[in-house]
Design a protein around this ligand. Structure first.
Ligand code: RP5
Length: 177
C-alpha cells in the first residue's frame, strides 16, 4: 500500500509550500480511512502533509516529528491509529500544537480500543478525539481551529457548509416528488 502513497497527497499536497496541517498515522493501512478527511482538506484548500509515524514501530521518529512540529509551519496535527492507539497522545506530550485523534477500526475490538486510547488521555495532554474512522470530522475540526484566526478559511468553511445545506434541502424536495 505504500506505493499508493507515492504521488498522492503524501508528504505535501500540491498546493502546499508550507503545510498547516499534519496528518500522521500509525501505518499505511490507515490511509483508506483517512482519504475522506484528506479530500476535505484539499477541497477547502488547506495545505497539509501526511506522514507515517508509528508510536511503537518508529517511536524515535514520532518523537522527532512531534518535537519539531510547533517550530514549523504546522498549526494542527491529526493523529490516526488503530488498536492501542497511543500515537496522538504521545504526540500531544511532545508538542503544544492542538492534536486531533482519529481512532481507526483495525482490530477485533472494532476501534473501541483506539477510541478509548485517545479520548481517555489522562489530564494534561489533551487529544480532541473524533468518532471511529471519522476522518471527515477530524479534518473539519482542524479547519475550524485554523479558521478561528483566519477569516478566509472561515469563509471557505461557511460556503462548504452552505453547500451541504443546499444539498440536503434538494434531497428533501426530491422525496416529496
Ligand atoms: C496501528 O496498528 C496502525 O495505526 C494500524 O491501524 C494498526 C495495524 O497496522 P498494520 O499492522 O496494518 O501496519 O499501529
Amino acid at each position: 500500500m505504500v506505493d499508493e502513497l507515492a504521488g498522492k497527497p503524501n508528504k505535501t499536497s500540491p498546493s502546499a509550500a508550507e503545510p498547516l496541517v499534519a496528518v500522521i498515522m500509525g501505518s499505511d493501512s490507515d490511509l483508506p480511512v483517512l482519504r475522506p478527511g484528506l479530500q476535505i482538506l484539499e477541497k477547502l484548500q488547506i495545505p497539509f502533509t501526511t506522514r507515517i509515524t508509528s508510536a511503537h514501530r518508529t517511536p524515535d521518529w514520532l518523537r522527532e516529528f512531534s518535537k519539531e512540529a510547533a517550530s514549523s509551519s504546522l498549526r494542527v496535527i491529526i493523529g490516526a491509529a488503530g488498536g492501542a492507539a497511543h500515537l496522538p497522545g504521545m504526540c500531544a506530550s511532545w508538542t503544544t500544537l492542538p492534536v486531533i485523534g482519529c481512532p481507526v477500526k483495525a482490530t477485533h475490538l472494532d476501534g473501541v480500543d483506539s477510541l478509548y486510547s485517545m479520548t481517555q488521555m489522562p489530564r494534561g495532554e489533551p487529544v480532541a478525539t473524533v468518532g471511529i474512522n471519522n476522518s471527515t470530522n477530524a479534518a473539519l475540526l482542524a479547519v475550524r481551529i485554523l479558521g478561528a484566526s483566519d477569516l478566509e478559511v472561515r469563509e471557505r468553511l461557511r460556503m462548504w457548509m452552505a453547500g451541504n445545506e443546499k444539498e440536503v434541502l434538494r434531497k428533501d424536495k426530491v422525496l416529496l416528488e
